[in-house]
Design a protein around this ligand. Structure first.
Ligand code: G3P
Ligand code: MG
Length: 254
């Protein structure tokens, strides 16, 4: 609809920061993305046990830190004690979990855009997550540099109740685009659909584009395999390594 901001989306968005080159969802990963020429990143946000929003993907700690157990069992002091860089490489030893506030500061400092994904993993509802995160995003970022996405319907519904489409671009995240995609997008006044690139069909891509929505795909990491999706009308690819695509992706908006 015409009330959406005119977002200059790049062809490539760095997934979880620049996950192929740095520990995902960290400040170091976003710096790496920026230094690699990326102007937008995708990041996951959820809440610690004490309610602090942090940038983290998993429900648990073991894959991406030197800790164990559940993220929701930590308060901020405990989360800060974790090393979230060493698992990826010695160069990142001592990296600390980023709070949403710290990450927003970095994004502002570097003039970057963000696709922030509300990641509902535990007992907390999407509503509660949106309630904690959306006001901070609205305060920090202009609508031209923000897309809020989620797989969680309640999270997006609550987000929309907090701000209209001119202030908060919403992306509907789906593993495969459902038959009722049009209804879901309309009821959320959505800006975009974000889907698994391996499950998208040319037919569905055409329908989505004809209806005026932006179409984003996660997480292609093989530019040759992805190449024909640009012709299907895909606007942006959310990749672990955008640097691989640079010579292949068409200019934005074409
Ligand atoms: O937002 C796109 C993508 O990040 C969704 O899946 O599991 O990588 O967060 P996941
Ligand atoms: Mg994500």
């Amino acid at each position: 609809s015409s009330s959406h901001p005119d977002i200059a989306l790049p062809r490539l968005i760095a997934h979880r920061g620049l996950a192929a080159h740095a520990p995902e969802n960290t400040l170091a990963a976003v710096r790496a993305a920026h230094e690699a020429g990326c102007r937008w990143v995708e990041l996951d946000v959820q809440l610690l046990g004490d309610g602090t929003p942090v940038i983290w993907h998993d429900a648990t700690l073991s894959r991406c830190s030197d800790g164990n157990g559940r993220l929701a069992a930590l308060d901020l002091a405990a989360a800060r004690r974790l090393d979230v860089g060493s698992w990826f490489g010695d160069a990142f030893r001592g990296e600390r979990m980023a709070t949403l506030n710290e990450m927003l500061e970095l994004l502002l400092e570097r003039n970057m855009g963000v696709n922030m994904e509300l990641k509902v993993t535990g007992k907390r509802s999407g509503t509660e997550l949106a309630e904690a995160v959306v006001p901070r995003l609205l305060e920090a970022l202009p609508a031209e540099r923000l897309i809020l996405s989620s797989f969680d319907r309640l999270a997006l519904q609550h987000a929309r109740s907090l701000a209209d489409a001119s202030l908060l671009p919403i992306g509907v995240l789906t593993e495969s685009v459902p038959h009722k995609w049009r209804f879901r997008c309309e009821s959320l006044d959505a800006f975009s659909i974000h889907t698994d690139w391996t499950r998208l069909t040319a037919h569905r891509a055409n329908e989505i584009k004809a209806a005026g929505y932006r179409l984003l795909c996660y997480t292609p990491n093989d530019p040759a395999a992805f190449a024909n999706r640009w012709a299907w009308g895909v606007d942006s690819a959310i990749s672990d390594d955008p640097t691989l695509f640079d010579s292949i992706a068409p200019p934005p908006g074409e």
